[in-house]
Design a binder for this molecule. Structure first.
Ligand code: TYD
Length: 207
């Protein structure tokens, strides 16, 4: 029975992960693969509605604990409606962010709530990607790229440079916490070079 393959992209805001996720999806489709490209927060109708509550508005709008609940609610819907059905069809799911974002943003960077994040994840989600690509870029470059987009979805970018540095540290820790599924990608290069690094890193992992 085909089980599909679940790949997530992670990294701080402006790390280029969304562009790279799109590129990889196009590349794999070009090779004849069935790919579902999705994102968090969001990725299903209900989760996209929750997304707006999370990414717009004042940075202090929610406490870190309330955020964990909202992200987890969105993730549960995303998992049920988008990810699990695609995997059951044997497809490749590429998600721009998944539970590691909550581990790093709410569990490490915003507050020391990692145990809470893990407990809720175990209870309500319980699924990990088969492989996670963590794109690392220089914190200042990332922040500048993120804010330059002026997307109106800058609640997290507006937490500032110190926060971006904490994110970077949090993502590095993830590589040591989950070495069996996380691969670090150096994102300080041209889009094309990073795309090639990602294709190289995937060698031998896709079924
Ligand atoms: P995203 O759409 O990936 O933003 P960008 O394209 O700018 O990288 O994510 C929106 C914001 O939500 C981003 O700042 C990261 C944050 N976030 C969390 O804090 N926790 C989470 O669990 C997720 C999925 C995202």
């Amino acid at each position: 029975m085909s089980q599909g393959f679940f790949l997530s992209f992670e990294g701080a805001d402006g790390s280029g992960k969304s562009t790279q996720a799109r590129r990889l999806a196009a590349y794999l489709r070009g090779k004849g693969r069935q790919v579902v490209l999705t994102r968090e927060p969001g990725g299903s109708t209900g989760a996209e509605e929750i997304r707006r509550l999370l990414v717009e508005g004042d940075p202090g709008r929610w406490s870190a604990k309330t955020e964990i609940l909202l992200f987890t609610a969105a993730r549960r819907d995303h998992l049920e409606r988008t990810i699990l059905p695609a995997l059951a069809r044997g497809e490749i799911v590429i998600s721009d962010r998944f539970a590691d974002s909550t581990r790093v943003y709410q569990g490490a960077a915003r507050a020391e709530l990692r145990q809470t994040v893990e407990a809720l994840h175990a209870l309500m989600i319980g699924t990990e990607p088969d492989l996670t690509l963590v794109i690392d870029i220089d914190a200042k470059t990332g922040l500048a790229r993120g804010l330059a987009r002026n997307s109106g979805e800058d609640r997290f970018e507006e937490l500032g440079a110190g926060f971006q540095q904490k994110l970077r540290t949090g993502y590095r820790a993830l590589l040591t916490d989950f070495p069996e599924r996380c691969i670090g990608i150096d994102g300080n290069a041209s889009e094309e070079t990073v795309a090639q690094r990602i294709r190289d890193a995937l060698q031998g992992h896709l079924p």
